[in-house]
Structure formats: structure tokens, C-alpha cells
Write a new protein. Structure first.
Lengths: 123, 134
């Protein structure tokens, strides 16, 4: 990489690295999901027991439901960024160095990256 | 792009899109952190009250603590990908296009593929990424 343009080998390595990076993001998201389910299991057992007063069970449950919905929607979005965003990145990097790369849009008719999709349509 | 080449405008749009996407990722992690904070606000008073048996308080406190630690460490990982990782992605796309790109401010590449060895910064290639997009 001493020259201005990266070598084929460097590009391959970087494409692999960026793919690994996105996979790492997905793994982190799955870890959060697993931790969440683990905590949910413990909490549900406690709520169903007689060790928690009925008066607070509803409050605790509502609070947890709110957390669940927020965590799920945000995790879903993070996974989308890592999968679709990563594919678009590989596509553009591949294009930039003149490689034939599959268009992610062909696999997903509705892209979640509108700006990129627009670039595609405009071209 | 029909002939396989990217125009400057396309590159600019893509880099902006990439930056926005990474910013969005950081925003999503922040939302999860805030949601966890909200849960704490409800759970702490409950755990300190007399409405929950002491044995359960201990168990729930420990369980919640473990849960928070796991969430925090994984969110931190996602954040690094979105901030530092995102900067490297932009840097290498610029390099691939033969444009002068500035090395990311955080030279921590530990989260990138081990076999990948980015170049040392040379004086001729150091120009702002923003300039590159201009």
C-alpha cells in the first residue's frame, strides 16, 4: 500500500475486514438479545412468585415491556445497518476498484438505505 | 455507474450515506442505553421498598447488574464499530478511489481483521476526508 492505489490483495483484505466488522456488530447485537432473554427469564420467575407484592408486579412488568419494545426495535435497526449497510459498502468499494460485485438491491427489493438506492437509480 | 466507474457525485453521496448510517448506529445504541436507564428508575425504588422479599431483592439486583454489564460491553463494541470502524471504511473507500484521505483520528485497529495491515500515514496522503468529498 505504499502507492496511492491499494493493491488487489489489500482490497481483498479490507473487504474481508469490513465484512468481519459487520459480522462483529451482528454478534454484539445477538449477545444483547441473549442477555435480555436471560434477564427476562429471571424476572418472569420472580414476578410469578409470591415474593413480590401484587401492587408492584404491574409496575415492574410495564416497565420491562417498555424496555423490551425499545431494545428490540433498536437492535433490529442495528442488525439492519450491519447487514444491508455492510453489503452496500462492499458493493461500492468493489465498484470503486472495478470489481464485479452483486448489487445488494437485487437480493432485497426494498433497500433500507434510501440515499444509496437513489444513487443507484440516478445512475 | 453503468461502465463500472463511480462518479464523484456518487462517491460523495455514498460517503455521506455511510456517515449517516454510522451515526444512526450510534443513535440506536444510545436509545438502548436510555431505555435501560429508564428501567433502573422504576426498579431501584421497587427494590428499596418493602414490596419485594429480601431474597428476591438480592437475586434481582445481581441479575440486573449482570444484565447491564453485558448490555454495556456489547453496546460499547457496536459503538466502536460505528465510530472508529466507520472512519476506516470511509478512509479505505477514498484510498481505493485514489483520493487523498486522512487517517482516522483513532488509530486503534484492534477490532479490524488481524491480517489486515493498513499503511502508515504519509505526508502526501494526509488531506481531509471532507476535502476529498468536496
Amino acid at each position: 500500500m505504499a502507492t496511492k492505489y491499494p493493491s488487489e490483495e489489500d482490497v481483498s483484505k479490507f473487504l474481508k475486514a469490513s465484512e468481519d466488522l459487520m459480522n462483529l456488530g451482528i454478534t454484539f447485537s445477538h449477545n444483547i438479545d441473549s442477555a435480555f432473554l436471560e434477564f427476562k427469564k429471571t424476572l418472569e420467575m420472580m414476578i410469578k412468585s409470591n415474593f413480590v407484592e401484587r401492587a408492584v408486579v404491574e409496575m415492574v412488568s410495564n416497565s420491562f415491556d417498555k424496555l423490551e419494545s425499545k431494545v428490540k426495535s433498536n437492535l433490529e435497526s442495528i442488525v439492519n445497518i450491519c447487514t444491508e449497510g455492510g453489503q452496500w459498502y462492499s458493493f461500492y468499494l468493489g465498484k470503486a476498484v472495478g470489481r464485479k460485485v452483486d448489487l445488494p438491491l437485487s437480493r432485497r427489493p426494498q433497500s433500507s438505505v434510501p440515499d444509496v438506492a437513489k444513487v443507484q437509480r440516478d445512475s | 455507474m453503468e461502465n463500472g466507474k463511480l462518479t464523484d457525485e456518487e462517491v460523495h453521496k455514498f460517503l455521506t450515506g455511510c456517515e449517516n448510517l454510522m451515526r444512526l448506529g450510534t443513535h440506536f445504541t444510545e436509545n438502548i442505553r436510555n431505555a435501560l436507564g429508564d428501567l433502573r428508575k422504576t426498579y431501584d425504588p421497587v427494590l428499596h421498598s418493602n414490596y419485594v422479599d429480601k431474597a428476591v431483592v438480592e437475586l434481582l439486583t445481581r441479575s440486573l447488574g449482570d444484565f447491564e454489564k453485558k448490555i454495556e460491553s456489547n453496546l460499547e463494541g457496536i459503538n466502536k464499530i460505528c465510530t472508529r470502524g466507520g472512519q476506516w471504511l470511509v478512509f479505505y473507500l477514498g484510498k481505493s478511489l485514489g483520493k487523498s484521505s486522512e487517517m482516522p483520528q483513532h488509530p486503534d485497529r484492534s477490532f479490524l481483521n488481524e491480517q489486515f495491515k493498513p499503511p502508515a500515514t504519509s505526508t502526501e496522503q494526509v488531506q481531509g476526508t471532507k476535502k476529498m468529498r468536496a
